[in-house]
Design a protein around this ligand. Structure first.
Ligand SMILES: NC(=O)c1ccc[n+]([C@@H]2O[C@H](COP(=O)([O-])OP(=O)(O)OC[C@H]3O[C@@H](n4cnc5c(N)ncnc54)[C@H](O)[C@@H]3O)[C@@H](O)[C@H]2O)c1
Ligand SMILES: O=C(O)C[C@H](O)C(=O)O
Ligand SMILES: [Mg+2]
Length: 476
């Protein structure tokens, strides 16, 4: 039989085994010889002749899994019934659901949550629309909106294929910050239509988290929505990433004992995330940033058909370097990758300044394999959950929206983002700080707490918080 899926390394083999005392030993040695790692074994059914078992095996990759399937298929007394990938099993039927907050136990409850009494609540909101924040899910709910055009580093894979990422974001909003959200993938790439649709659905939401929308379209879409809506609109790939990156950079610079203003920073992938990260790093005091995309180093000798790249060339690259990454990376202190896999080579690392800092943040596969890079870098970070120093926007978006929703911010401004970055960086204390711990774990409960607190403070300081002290709960 052939494997169905190619992304999981943890496979569950359903096997039919001859019911004899030697078959299991034989099975274990076949798997062991093929390099598989048996994690767990369950008995599903037993008859006189056969035993059905589920054997959970960790494999390196799809090819490795297939090798084990073939070895088992070839063995007498063992039949492979089915192979499932645990990652796919976790996605069956989607990853989120809507759960009511109140149980409807009787007709009286029904008449309150639904018709006829709900009508009075509708009427109250009709008379004072700001009550929607008090009496509907708007208070604590974000729309996670994508058009599927820049999904992770996979590119334009469309709205159906984007859903698992958006569902994942919705899970993380809830788990890490208690914020409710809906994944919404739009079957259009037209910026006008996206703006129109998001505006039209906005009444239900307290915030809009734009996700995985390709550049440069994402800049226009976000700008227009920010102007036209009175709730926060936040393109996570831009600002969430930039906030976390800055937090990581602040701490990494401490580890290597360099000052931000002295750093030479090379950013590869001048798209949504690359532009926002560069802007944030500039705002934090870095002076020498060089951007590289498929066209090479962005410089002022060129006119680009991408307005953002023209802006970028004007505002970075102080020496107006030209050429490729090979040229840009010479003597650089920091590499920031927001492009795709394989962009950065060991030769590049060797030409960087002493104590290189490498943030290879492309997902799912970073710009360089961390194991390959490790011997040549002082601080290494990726966007992935399975390596130390995970620089991923999940450290930002739950907490920043929690804060923005709690104070009913009309927008998420630069001050709020900067406050969030500093808050994330502060979770790692000076005693804890090291090459392998520049950024807190996404499971650190303090992250969303300190981020939301810092964001609320910054929102009040800058006058965008709209939640006054509650003087009366009287809805009668
Ligand atoms: N770790 C994180 O939190 C995080 C957050 C956002 C994005 N990302 C990753 O960053 C990457 C970019 O995301 P985005 O939303 O900015 O996408 P985007 O499509 O807006 O931008 C990607 C840019 O990278 C450039 N690029 C791609 N391959 C390149 C190469 N080989 N050499 C030079 N330039 C190249 C593209 O031309 C484009 O300008 C993705 O892999 C995404 O997963 C990571
Ligand atoms: O989804 C992630 O893991 C981070 C980021 O939003 C990305 O697009 O890669
Ligand atoms: Mg994203």
């Amino acid at each position: 039989m052939a494997l169905q899926h190619n992304v999981g390394l943890s496979l569950i083999f359903r096997l039919e085994l001859e019911n004899s005392s030697t078959t299991f030993g034989k099975l274990a040695s076949i798997i062991g010889e093929a390099g598989g790692d048996i994690i767990a074994v369950d008995v599903i059914r037993v008859s006189k002749e056969t035993v059905i078992r589920d054997v959970n095996i960790n494999v390196f990759d799809r090819e490795h899994g297939q090798k084990i399937v073939n070895a088992l298929d070839a063995a007498p007394g063992i039949k492979v019934i089915n192979v499932s990938d645990r990652t796919f099993l976790m996605h069956i039927g989607g990853k989120v659901e809507v759960t009511p907050k109140i149980k409807v136990k009787n007709r009286d409850d029904l008449s309150r949550v639904y018709t006829p009494h709900v009508a009075r609540v509708c009427q109250a909101i009709h008379e004072d629309p700001s009550k929607a924040f008090q009496l509907t899910i708007k208070r604590n709910t974000v729309a996670v909106v994508s058009d599927g055009t820049a999904v992770l580093g996979l590119g334009d894979i469309g709205p159906y294929a984007a859903m698992p990422v958006m569902e994942g974001k919705a899970m993380l909003f809830k788990q890490f910050a208690g914020v409710d959200s809906f994944p919404i993938c739009l079957d259009t790439k037209d910026p006008d239509e996206i703006v129109r649709i998001v505006k039209a659905i906005a009444p239900a939401f307290g915030g809009i988290n734009l996700e995985d929308i390709s550049s440069p379209r994402c800049f226009e879409i976000e700008e227009r929505l920010k102007e036209e809506l009175d709730i926060p609109v936040f393109h996570d790939d831009q600002h969430g990433t930039a906030v976390v990156l800055l937090a990581g950079l602040i701490n990494a610079a401490k580890v290597v004992g360099k000052r931000l203003k002295d750093l030479k920073v090379v950013v590869v992938g001048i798209g949504a995330a690359g532009v926002a990260c560069s802007k944030m790093v500039l705002a934090a005091g870095v002076k020498n940033i060089i951007g590289v995309d498929r066209v090479g180093i962005l410089n002022r000798n060129q006119d680009y058909d991408n307005n953002m790249w023209d802006w970028y060339a004007k505002n970075t690259n102080p020496l107006n370097l030209t050429g490729t990454l090979d040229d840009a990376i010479q003597g650089a202190d920091v590499f920031i990758g927001l492009s795709g896999p394989g962009v950065l080579k060991v030769e590049h690392l060797k030409s960087m300044a002493k104590d290189p800092i490498v943030f290879a943040m492309a997902n799912p596969n970073p710009e360089i394999d961390p194991e390959e890079a490790e011997p040549y870098v002082r601080v290494m970070a990726t966007g992935r959950s399975d390596y130390p120093n995970q620089i991923n926007n999940v450290l930002c978006f739950p907490g920043i929206f929690k804060g923005a929703l709690e104070c009913r911010a009309s927008t998420i401004n630069e001050e709020m983002k900067l406050a969030a970055a500093r808050a994330i960086a502060s979770v790692v204390t000076d005693e804890e700080l090291s090459e392998h711990y520049i950024i807190p774990s996404v499971f650190n409960k303090r992250v969303a707490e300190v981020v939301s607190k810092a964001v609320i403070e910054a929102a009040y300081d800058t006058g965008v918080a709209r939640r006054g002290d509650v003087t009366s709960n009287n809805n009668f």
